[in-house]
Write a protein that binds this ligand. Structure first.
Ligand SMILES: NC(=O)c1ccc[n+]([C@@H]2O[C@H](COP(=O)([O-])OP(=O)(O)OC[C@H]3O[C@@H](n4cnc5c(N)ncnc54)[C@H](OP(=O)(O)O)[C@@H]3O)[C@@H](O)[C@H]2O)c1
Length: 252
């Protein structure tokens, strides 16, 4: 088996895989040989474009609509994915995000915070509980959270997002301790600013000048890290936070 096929026979679910980082994560997992369930919420055309990209490159992927912040939809999503492929999910990438409003504290409410916690705490919890029975019975699995470098930076007027991303670190560490004895690994990738479709036209020069490696990150930089953490090449790594940001910050 070539190193490009190091996920052959595995089934991966990527939340928010229809565009942005999730699209590239899905494509790289498929290129490594995994069958990929591409979740999306609203934009079926984007999801189909991701599937077209993957299948035209010889990969295997199917789109699954579900709002991952809703308990019933998450349960149905995992059953649909596992039913479609006739096996349990081996790799779960908690990637989806909703809007990320930047607000001063005076304009932030408990609901503002809850909105972020829905995506970065509630959804990973619901999804993980659904995939756990399959992973436990296989005695293996990889859970990968997409966090953010903002936890190390503490960006002003962004506290709801920063707080929710910080909570993902707690989940990563506690779940790694609890699930390690079952052969299930849990890790977090903390990207720096990786321009995607929604950043089109943004001025990146100020940010880039503080990146030791001297360039903006690309979605493939994150996708490569996900494939590594999904594969057996990282088989002795769990509970870790991996910064993928050109050296802009150090470990969390
Ligand atoms: N890009 C960056 O610079 C950066 C930096 C640090 C961390 N991150 C993190 O990386 C992850 C991906 O970010 P991104 O920039 O690629 O985001 P994005 O381009 O905005 O994509 C968001 C994805 O989430 C999906 N989504 C939205 N609401 C959903 C819901 N309720 N249920 C299921 N899926 C839903 C969207 O699908 P629909 O379009 O169908 O709604 C879309 O596929 C996020 O966790 C983000 O916080 C990104």
């Amino acid at each position: 088996m070539g190193s490009k096929q190091r996920l052959a026979g595995k089934l991966a679910l990527v939340t928010g895989g229809s565009r942005g980082l999730g699209r590239h994560i899905a494509a790289s997992l498929a290129e490594a040989g995994a069958s990929v369930a591409v979740n999306y919420a609203n934009n079926a055309a984007n999801a189909e474009e991701t599937i077209r990209m993957i299948t035209s490159a010889g990969g295997n992927a199917t789109a699954f609509q579900a709002d991952i912040t809703r308990e019933q939809e998450v349960s149905e999503l995992v059953h649909r994915v596992e039913g479609h492929y006739g096996r349990s999910i081996d790799v779960l990438v908690n990637n989806a995000t909703g809007p990320q409003p930047m607000l001063p504290l005076e304009e932030s409410t408990w609901q503002t915070y809850l909105d972020q916690l829905e995506f970065f705490v509630k959804a990973p919890l619901l999804l993980t509980k659904e995939v756990l029975p399959g992973m436990k019975s296989n005695g293996s699995g990889s859970l990968i959270h997409i966090g953010s470098e903002v936890v190390q930076i503490g960006n002003a007027r962004f506290s709801s997002y920063v707080t929710a991303k910080a909570a993902m670190i707690g989940m990563t560490r506690s779940w790694a301790s609890e699930l390690g004895p079952h052969g299930i690994r849990v890790n977090l990738i903390a990207p720096g600013w990786i321009p995607v479709e929604r950043h089109e036209g943004a001025d990146t020069s100020g940010y880039q000048s503080a990146v030791p490696l001297g360039r903006m990150g690309e979605p493939l930089d994150i996708a490569n890290a996900v494939v590594f953490l999904a594969s057996d090449e990282s088989r002795f790594i769990t509970g870790q936070c991996l910064s993928v940001n050109g050296g802009r910050t150090y470990g969390i």
